[in-house]
Design a binder for this molecule. Structure first.
Ligand SMILES: Cc1cc2nc3c(=O)[nH]c(=O)nc-3n(C[C@H](O)[C@H](O)[C@H](O)COP(=O)(O)OP(=O)(O)OC[C@H]3O[C@@H](n4cnc5c(N)ncnc54)[C@H](O)[C@@H]3O)c2cc1C
Length: 422
């Protein structure tokens, strides 16, 4: 690649980054080591903040393609009309105020030997790279998933325009209408997420759209997360609303018929929320972090460094749980991984051994507009086994649902957003 082919990044003031100007980002970092973090979601924003807190002398650059952070946790509340998009949207000024440079660009490639990543607007050299690209979707094996079907059957599983689309479709549903939701198979982000959404949609239909139904097509044998607690709530509140079907394998969809078909039956609905199976974010594939014919990025369990590309750490949903450990793909875990990767990078750049990792998860799910249930998990490295494991005695599920937990769910969000972004 030739020098003149790139628009160079420059900096104006502390942490504010604009295009053009001096070539400050391409070669010299003022004598300081530079760590580039790609993806300003739960994993990446936390990693950037903890890198700068842990070693203020580091030149930390966060690259995010969107202008703002938009949270998936609490996005189900938006779908059910309990919150607005503004409530789950936060800017990156808090990180900039810490001296982190925030660049808005989409990264499309890497030269790991030369030590730079290529964005659509320019290139960025790094001493270490942390990548947290989240997930993308797999439509393979399902006939009929063309552009029209994708538009008609939003996943709303990346908070953004599809969250708004689903909320508006629900608001416009006539009484007696049918909503269909498909639960994803395999590893997917936020295992209880579809069931929380189903609960909030059912609650909304019961209160606002008399006689409406929610059909849930689930590939699992039973509810895949917090099963007993969700089932209890559905039995108590939604027997007249939810039609829950297990072991459903989807064969095709039809935009023309507005339908989803298993190998046995065709389901038509006024609203279809189809959450496809998932894989690491496309960026992980573009950077060579996912082996051929696989879906997730393998990492070393202590440092979360890629086993495929040296000097590049992968965190969050994109990691292969067979290598990172038995943690669920959650925002809390992604943030936890951000702290582990930051500590490892700081140590290794100083010529020291990375500390032993510790990961945690806390995840609340609403079962109606006020009550929630929760699960917690704590994980550590088992040196003898060479892998990360769950500490059973430090992990638990709530014994029931309560309004107090519902208030804690909102506090959880405020707490983690503050930890990541201010
Ligand atoms: C409905 C729903 C409810 C959820 N509820 C909870 C909950 O209650 N608790 C919980 O802990 N988790 C929850 N989650 C899961 C949580 O959202 C994810 O686990 C978390 O977002 C993963 O963090 P991440 O950093 O891996 O990815 P993300 O947070 O998705 O961040 C990835 C970022 O990378 C950026 N990016 C991607 N590619 C590029 C590129 N090429 N160049 C530049 N930037 C790029 C994206 O724009 C994005 O900002 C929920 C998820 C959903 C969908």
């Amino acid at each position: 690649m030739k020098r003149r082919d790139f628009i160079k990044y420059g900096t104006i003031g502390l942490g504010v980054v604009t295009l053009c100007g001096p070539n400050a980002f391409a070669s010299s970092h003022g004598g300081h080591k530079r760590v580039v973090v790609i993806g300003g979601g739960y994993g990446g924003a936390t990693a950037a903040k903890y890198l700068k807190m842990g070693n203020p002398a580091l030149d930390v650059v966060l690259v995010e393609k969107e202008q703002n952070f938009v949270s998936c946790p609490i996005s189900n509340w938006v779908i059910a009309g309990m919150k607005k998009m503004d409530d789950i949207t936060i800017g990156y000024q808090g990180l900039e105020a810490r001296g982190i440079k925030v660049v808005h660009d989409e990264i499309i490639g890497i030269d790991a030997k030369a030590g730079y990543v290529q964005g659509k607007k320019g290139k960025l050299e790094y001493d270490r790279l942390i990548v947290s690209p989240g997930i993308d979707f797999r439509y393979d094996g399902i006939e009929g998933f063309d552009a029209a079907a994708k538009k008609l059957m939003p996943h709303a599983y990346k908070a953004g325009p599809q969250t708004v689309q689903l909320q508006q479709e629900l608001a416009a549903l006539p009484a007696g209408g049918t909503v269909l939701m498909r639960v994803p198979d395999g590893f997917y982000r936020c295992p209880p997420g579809p069931y929380e959404r189903a609960s909030l949609i059912a609650d909304y239909l019961k209160k606002n759209k008399k006689g409406s139904k929610l059909v849930i097509l689930d590939p699992h044998k039973k509810i895949a997360s917090k099963g007993k607690l969700f089932k209890q709530a559905w039995d108590d509140y939604y027997t007249d609303v939810i039609d829950f079907r297990t072991e459903q394998v989807i064969a095709s969809v039809s935009a023309a018929n507005k339908s989803v078909s298993t190998y046995e039956e065709e389901f038509k609905a006024d609203i279809i929320n189809f959450i496809p199976d998932q894989k690491a974010g496309d960026l992980a594939f573009a950077l060579g972090l996912v082996p051929e014919k696989k879906h997730w990025a393998p990492v070393k369990p202590i440092t979360l460094e890629s086993t495929l590309v040296p000097g590049v750490h992968v965190i969050g949903d994109a990691t292969d749980p067979k290598t990172s450990g038995p943690m669920p793909k959650s925002g809390f875990v992604a943030s936890s991984m951000g702290k582990v990767a930051a500590a490892a990078v700081i140590a290794e750049l100083a010529g020291k051994t990375a500390p032993m990792p510790s990961f945690a998860n806390t995840c609340y799910s609403m079962v109606n507009a006020t009550e929630a249930i929760y699960v917690t998990g704590v994980y550590k490295h088992d040196a003898a086994a060479g892998e990360n494991i769950k500490i059973a005695e430090a992990s638990k599920t709530s014994s029931g649902r309560s309004e107090r937990y519902g208030r804690h769910a909102e506090d959880w969000a405020a707490g983690i957003w503050s930890d990541m972004l201010t």
